[in-house]
Design a protein around this ligand. Sequence first.
Ligand SMILES: Nc1ncnc2c1ncn2[C@@H]1O[C@H](COP(=O)(O)OP(=O)(O)OP(=O)(O)O)[C@@H](O)[C@H]1O
Ligand SMILES: [Mg+2]
Length: 268
Amino acid sequence: MITVEKIIEPNKNGRTHPFTVLCNDGLEYVIKMKNDFTNTHKVEFNELIAYRLAKLMNLSIPTAKIVCLSQSIIDSDANLSGIQAVSGPCFASELRRGTTALTRDLFNAAKNLNEIPSMFLFDEIILNDDRWSNWGNLFYDVNSSRILLIDHSDIFINGQIWTSYELNSYQCLPPTTVSLDGRNYEIAKDYVKGPAPFESIGKVINSLSDNQINNLFKDIPIEWQKNEEDVSTEDIIECKKFVLFQLRNYPSILNEIHKYFPSWKGGK
Ligand SMILES: Nc1ncnc2c1ncn2[C@@H]1O[C@H](COP(=O)(O)OP(=O)(O)OP(=O)(O)O)[C@@H](O)[C@H]1O
Ligand SMILES: [Mg+2]
């Protein structure tokens, strides 16, 4: 497993207290680990499942890995030891150069505006209400001129404290959705337009096999599953069922969110 070699700095923003680090593969990453502000390993679990699902849906997202943070590195850094960072496998997102302050000009400069409808649907599938209302969790990557998804700590409505009971209760129709409003939404909604903006992502989702969806939940670090308050076996089983339910019922989700997109003309 790739290991953290050096702490560069604590990130300026982030309720989960992420850190920018250098790893022994020579790359810089933003890492998230269990600490006094996250309390459970659900943050890393949420990030990993969302990352894998984004890749399956062909969405732009910084490459992510699981990397190992050793106790000796934590002990050598007062910021990390000060928040009781937990050693072991953590979630690492490759550091990109760019900004989360997404103006209309930056949106217009992006090469992947065709992904915007899929990004909205992705967030409804994982019940993420932490991207469109404010700046911070949609990233303009300067090198590729693409808009990237970042930050999936707060998915499944309750983020780091969701329960299997809650995920079970969301598996009904009409589906549970998160509302859309705010700064990023006001700009991005204009790119959901024409008679069938979700047609291509629909084809991608329809082509996913149960096996591909089940594989999202393979190789979850055992360290994240040790305690009931982290990620329990029941949590993983229910999360798998929930994600499958959402993907199989995406047309019903689209019915529910049609009202947010005035430029989406015609039928649902
Ligand atoms: N891969 C990345 N490349 C560059 N910058 C990043 C990357 N990941 C995160 N950041 C920066 O770090 C900030 C905090 O990261 P992130 O939003 O993932 O943390 P968080 O603790 O979940 O935040 P929040 O307060 O929104 O819940 C981001 O707003 C962004 O500026
Ligand atoms: Mg964030």
